[in-house]
Design a protein around this ligand. Structure first.
Ligand SMILES: [Mn+2]
Length: 376
C-alpha cells in the first residue's frame, strides 16, 4: 500500500463516535490510523493469511447488507452456513455471539465480523471474547461502516488482525467485504453485482433497474426477522441463494409474498396514525405501525405527507426508524434519541415500558420528544 499512514489516534477524531474511517492492518503491519475510505483496497496479504483456515462469519441480522456480507464469505471462502451467525445491537445478541465463539473452542481459525460494531454495553464482554480468540491463535477481521466509540477502535486496532471501523460514506459492509477480501476472487462478477445491490439498499439510493430485485429480497428478510427464534435459521438458509443472486428462489419469493400480504393491512394502520410537524426548515411525519420494512414504511409516510423526514415507530418491536430525503440529514435525531445512523437512514430504540405500552398517552409522549429533538 503506497500510502502514508496517518498516525492520528481515533480519539483525536471526535469526542464521541468516530465519524471518520479508521483502519488497522496488523497483517500487513503497514497502516494504522484514519484513512480516506477510497484507499481501502483488496489485501493480498490478508487474503493469503486467511484463505486456508476455517472461517466463521458474524454479520448484522437486520438487512440485506449483513446478509450479503455473509453471502460473499460463503461464496468466496466456502464458509458453511453452520459457521454463519447473525446478530443485532442488543446485549442479549452480543452475549449469544460471545458464547457461540468461545463455547466452540475455536482455534487457528478466522472470525470475520461484518456490518456490525460493538454495543457499548457489551464492550467488556467483547474485549474478553476477542482476547480469548487471540490467545487460541485465531485471527479476527472486523469490517464495519457504522460510527464507533474511540475506546473500542483503539482496543480493536491492537487486538484484531484487520479492522475497518467508523462512519463510512463510501462503503457499506458488503462493499468492505468485497473490496478487501473478494474482489480478485470474483471470476463470474456475481460478487460485484451483489455488492452493488447491497450498496444501493444500505445507502438508500433509488435505482430503477435494481429496485424490484432488491426489494423482494429486503421483504423476504423482513418477513424472516418476524419469525422470532427461527429467524436466524431462515436467514442462514438464504445465504447460499443470495450468494448466487438467486433472488427468484421459491424460498425467497414465498417469504416476500407473505410480507406483501401483511404489508397492505399494516400500511393502512401506519398511514392512518401519521401526523406531520414542521421542525425548523424541515417537516417530519411520524407514524405508528408494526411488521413493516422500515424503508418502505418511511417512504410511504413521506409520500403521503410530502415531508422530508419520516419516523416509523414500530410499536411491536419498540424501535423507531428514521429516513430522510437526499440532502436532508436526520442522523442528529437518531443520535439525540440514543440511537445511531447515517444521514439518510437511522434509528433508535423506543421501549414499550418507557412509553406506557404505546397507549394514547405513551404515543403522545414519544411524538413530543421526537418533535422537540428534531426542532433543536
Ligand atoms: Mn450496513
Amino acid at each position: 500500500m503506497a500510502r502514508t499512514p496517518s498516525r492520528k489516534k481515533a480519539n483525536e477524531a471526535s469526542k464521541h463516535a468516530v465519524s471518520a474511517v479508521f483502519m488497522a492492518d496488523n497483517v500487513d503491519s503497514m497502516s494504522k490510523g484514519l484513512v480516506d475510505p477510497s484507499t481501502i483496497k483488496y489485501s493480498e496479504k490478508l487474503v493469503s493469511a486467511i484463505r486456508d483456515r476455517p472461517i466463521y462469519s458474524v454479520s448484522h441480522k437486520n438487512d440485506m447488507d449483513g446478509v450479503s456480507s455473509s453471502a460473499l464469505l460463503h461464496k468466496f471462502y466456502s464458509v458453511p452456513t453452520e459457521r454463519v451467525k447473525f446478530m443485532e445491537y442488543s446485549e442479549a445478541s452480543y452475549n449469544e455471539v460471545a458464547e457461540w465463539l468461545t463455547g466452540k473452542d475455536i482455534s487457528n481459525s478466522v472470525v470475520v465480523f461484518t456490518d456490525v460494531g460493538i454495543n457499548p454495553g457489551a464492550f467488556k464482554l467483547f474485549q474478553s471474547t476477542l482476547l480469548t480468540l487471540k490467545q487460541k491463535g485465531n485471527m479476527v477481521v472486523w469490517l464495519d461502516h457504522h460510527p464507533w466509540e474511540p475506546e473500542q477502535v483503539n482496543f480493536c486496532a491492537e487486538n484484531v488482525s484487520y479492522l475497518v471501523a467508523g462512519e463510512n460514506r463510501l462503503m457499506c459492509g458488503a462493499d468492505l467485504t468485497y473490496n478487501v477480501l473478494c474482489r480478485k476472487l470474483d471470476s463470474d462478477g456475481k460478487g460485484e453485482r451483489l455488492t452493488a445491490l447491497a450498496h444501493l439498499m444500505d445507502f438508500n439510493i433509488r435505482s430503477k433497474s435494481t429496485d424490484p430485485l432488491t426489494f423482494r429480497l429486503a421483504q423476504a428478510i423482513t418477513y424472516m426477522l418476524w419469525a422470532g427464534k427461527d429467524a436466524e435459521n431462515q436467514l442462514r438458509r438464504m445465504v447460499p441463494m443470495v450468494a448466487e443472486l438467486d433472488f427468484g428462489n421459491r424460498f425467497i419469493v414465498n417469504n416476500a409474498r407473505k410480507y406483501l400480504e401483511e404489508e397492505k393491512v399494516n400500511m393502512e394502520e401506519l398511514l392512518s396514525s401519521a401526523k406531520t410537524f414542521s421542525v425548523g426548515e424541515h417537516s417530519i411525519t411520524i407514524g405508528f405501525g408494526k411488521r413493516l420494512q422500515s424503508t418502505s414504511a418511511c417512504e410511504a409516510l413521506m409520500a403521503k405527507s410530502g415531508s422530508d423526514i419520516a419516523a416509523f415507530i414500530n410499536y411491536s418491536e419498540g424501535r423507531c426508524s428514521l429516513r430522510s430525503k437526499s440532502g436532508v440529514d436526520s442522523s442528529y435525531i437518531a443520535k439525540a434519541m440514543g440511537g445511531n445512523g447515517h444521514p439518510q437512514a437511522g434509528g433508535f430504540s423506543a421501549p414499550a415500558t418507557e412509553y406506557m405500552g404505546f397507549n394514547e398517552k405513551g404515543r403522545e409522549k414519544l411524538v413530543k420528544r421526537i418533535v422537540e429533538v428534531a426542532s433543536a
